[in-house]
Design a protein around this ligand. Structure first.
Ligand SMILES: NC(=O)c1ccc[n+]([C@@H]2O[C@H](COP(=O)([O-])OP(=O)(O)OC[C@H]3O[C@@H](n4cnc5c(N)ncnc54)[C@H](O)[C@@H]3O)[C@@H](O)[C@H]2O)c1
Length: 322
């Protein structure tokens, strides 16, 4: 069962699961997901808070494992409406864990985030680094990780929390891609600016202690993320212990480098405007990706920046008329 499987990363993972021979059952309330993104198995329309529906779905489809993507994802909104984030991301995960416990499912893969680390002191960031989130979104995911810990201790439900860095790109064949509303992610915003759907892209902060002064992030192709989920699932099925794993490449790109990549791929200039730093934006967030390589035998294959941007541009253009 793929909760949030009508969303961006969940739908790419449903595709990867289908290609690996599984049958993904998507459970999504379509609050932010899309019916068109569910192509590799049935869509059950339901909310995480509906424990009875979760139990009925798990029983009806004889679910053997859960991949849990469903959550709210907007950092800014999480600081103006924190209750919404704690209710859905923590309360929703608790409701799901209760359904999992009731039905005897033993394996769960969870979408966590680099936002659990807050402002890291040491970069690249290892999984054992201090976790001090600086927004309620990040803390809601950390609290969900805590729930996973206790449901493992008490009920032997094994889980892998995958802490994604910056998910980007789209399916290489253009079947699905990123379609958030509102869009807050850098690459689709730059592509909107290139395509004339936004006047410009704001570059927030040019005085960071980085080579070109703009902030550095670790971009990971969504199809690489999807593959890591299949590997994490198989790690659990093989008897692996509960753990948390960073999903990043170990290489960071600055905002200026991403813009340069978009200009290379689209052969168009990116209209940009330099702005002040935004509060709470760390200079650099880059994963130490060793644990994923060792434990899951996973390596990103499509995550060099030009490959990411090319797939995102292809998807962006195919949706140019809606
Ligand atoms: N996109 C990123 O860069 C990124 C980075 C780190 C972590 N994550 C995590 O990955 C997961 C997926 O992110 P995404 O970018 O695909 O987001 P998304 O918004 O595209 O997908 C989330 C899906 O969950 C569904 N959903 C939300 N609340 C629900 C509920 N109560 N019941 C049922 N369905 C519900 C939405 O309808 C949507 O389809 C999230 O948990 C997010 O926190 C994303």
């Amino acid at each position: 069962m793929v909760t949030g499987g009508a969303g961006y990363i969940g739908s790419h993972t449903a595709l990867a699961l289908a290609e690996a021979g599984y049958r993904p059952i998507v459970y999504d309330n379509l609050s932010h997901g899309h019916r068109w993104a569910v192509q590799w198995g049935p869509l059950i329309e339901g909310d995480l808070s509906d424990g009875e529906k979760l139990v009925a779905t798990i029983r009806e489809f004889d679910i053997s494992a859960v991949l849990h993507f469903a959550s709210f994802i907007f950092v800014g909104e999480s600081m103006t409406d924190p209750g919404k984030y704690f209710a859905n991301n923590v309360g929703g995960t608790l409701s799901l864990l209760e359904a999992v416990r009731t039905t005897g499912v033993k394996h769960l893969v969870f979408s966590s985030t680099a936002a659990t680390y807050g402002m890291p002191e040491i970069v690249p960031i290892t999984e054992d680094a201090p976790k001090e989130p600086i927004n309620t979104y990040g803390d809601s995911k950390l609290m969900a990780e805590k729930l996973l810990y206790w449901y493992d201790q008490i009920f032997a439900i094994r889980s892998v929390a995958l802490r994604y860095f910056n998910a980007a790109g789209a399916d290489a064949e253009g079947r699905i891609g990123e379609a958030h509303d509102p869009e807050t992610h850098l690459i689709p915003l730059i592509l909107d600016a290139v395509a004339g759907r936004r006047s410009h892209i704001g570059v927030y902060g040019t005085d960071y202690p980085t080579p070109d002064g703009t902030a550095i992030r670790d971009y990971i192709h969504v199809s690489d993320l999807a593959e890591a989920h299949v590997k994490a699932l198989e790690y659990l099925i093989a008897g692996g212990a509960s753990t948390a794993v960073n999903l990043g490449t170990g290489t960071g790109y600055s905002v200026e480098e991403v813009i340069a990549s978009v200009e290379r791929i689209t052969a168009r200039p990116v209209p940009k405007r330099y702005e002040a730093r935004r509060p709470g934006d760390p200079p650099s967030l880059v994963a130490n990706a060793d644990r994923g390589a060792k434990l899951l035998d996973w390596k990103p294959r499509q995550s060099d920046i030009d490959t990411i941007v090319r797939s995102a541009w292809h998807w962006h253009q195919s949706r140019a008329h809606g």
